[in-house]
Design a protein around this ligand. Sequence first.
Ligand SMILES: Cc1ncc(COP(=O)(O)O)c(C=O)c1O
Length: 444
Amino acid sequence: MRDLADIIKRYHVVIASINRVDYAPIVPAEGRGPIIRDITGREYIDLSASAAVMTLGYAHPRIIEAAGEALRRITHSTHMYGYVPETLELAEELARITPVDRPKVSFGLSGNDANEGALLLAKAYTGKEVFIAYENSFHGVGAAAASVSGIGLEREVVAKIGPWARTVFVPYPNCYRSPYPNNPGKCVKHYLEPLKEALDEVGDEAAALVLEPIQGDGGIIVPPDDYFPAVFKLVRDRGAIVIDDEVQTCVGRTGRWYAIEHHGLRPDVVAVGKGLGGGLPISAIIGREGIMESLPPLAYTFTLAGNPVTAAAALAVIREVEEKGLVKRAAELGERALQYLRGVQRRHNLVGDVRGRGLMIGVELVKDKETKKRAVEETKKVVWRAHELGLIVLFVAGNVLRIQPPLNIDWSTLEEGLARLEQAIEDVEEGRVGDEALKHVQGW
Ligand SMILES: Cc1ncc(COP(=O)(O)O)c(C=O)c1O
C-alpha cells in the first residue's frame, strides 16, 4: 500500500512550491459526492468541494458518462480549426444563462486565462490601459490577472516581475470591518467614496473595473445590496466596462446562476471557470459581441480549449444543475447552513462573523468580538482539528473558514460537517489543540 507520509515527503522533494501550499495532509484515494476516502481508508466530509470546483461532488455519474463517452469516441479535436458539437452546445447554454447582452463565448482552461482574456479585450475594446480593481481580490496568476489582483501574494509577485497594467486598487465593501457594520446604507457610502476618488484620479483612462461579486479568496466577503448597482453606474459613466469575475461563484453556487444577479445587474464581460467543468479543466469568457470581437481572429485561444471531453462535462454540470433545481436548492441549503452557523456564532467567542450567499459561506474567527482581531493561529488549529474529526475545510484571508460544499450535498451530511466544525471550534477554544498543528497547516 502507498504510504501517506512517504507520498507527502516525496511531494515536497519534487513538486515546485509555486504550485501549492499545505492545509491538512490528505492523500485522496477516491471520492463520492461530498465524501473523500484517503489512502489509509479514513473518510472525510469535504466542505471545500476542492476549492469550489466539485459542483456535483466527486465522481458524479452524469459527468463520468458524458465525459467518458466523448473521451472514448474522439478524445480531442481542436475547435481552433474545426467544429466541435459539444463545445457549440455549451456555448449556446452559457449564452442563454449568462446575464450579458448579445453574448459571444470564448473557451479556455482555467479561471486565470478567462480573466486574462477579459483584460486583454478590455484594453483592445476601449483603447485605454488603466484598471480599477479591489484590494485583496484574486483573479489569477498570469501577468495580466496578477496585475489586477490585490491579494498579498500577487502584490508580492507583481513587485518582483513588474505590472502588466497600471491598476488602482480600492477597498472591497466589507461592512463587518467598516465603521458601519449594522448600517448597510452608510457602509455603501463609505466604500463608494474611495471608488469615486479612484475614478477621478484615473480620469477617462480607465479601461475596466474588475470585480468579484462576492470576494472569495479575500475572505468570502458579501457586498451590501446597493453597492454594485452604484458602482456599475459610476464606472459606465466614465466610459469604462465592467468585468465580472464569477470563477468562484459560477454555476449556481450562490443561489443564482451568477452572483451578480443578486443585484439585478448585467456586466459587459463575465469570466467563469472552477465549478463549470465539475472537476475538468474548462473556463469561458462570455462578453458583449463588440468587446469579444475587438481582437483579430485566433488572437486569444489555446490548442486544447473547447475540447469535447471538458465541454461534455460542463454541459452535464449545467444540465444537472438545471434539471435538479440545484440553484434554488443552493439558496435554500445555504440559508439553513447560515442559520446553523449563526447558532455556532452565538455559542462561541471565537466566531466573529458568519456571512454568505447560497453555498458560499465564510466563518470569520476573531480573538475578541469587540476588537475583531484576526484569530490566525486559532483558524489553523480549527482546520487541523477538523481534519482529525474527518472534515475537510479550508480557510482564506488568514482567519476565514470557507464553506463551499457541492450543490447537491444532502442536508444530513452538511449538518454533520457543520457539527464537526463546531466541535473543532470548541476544542480550540477549550485549549485542546496544541501548537504543533501550526506546523502542519500553512494555508494562505
Ligand atoms: C475569483 C477567482 N478568479 C480567478 C481564479 C483563478 O482561477 P484558476 O485557479 O482556475 O486559474 C480564482 C481561483 O481561486 C478565483 O477565486
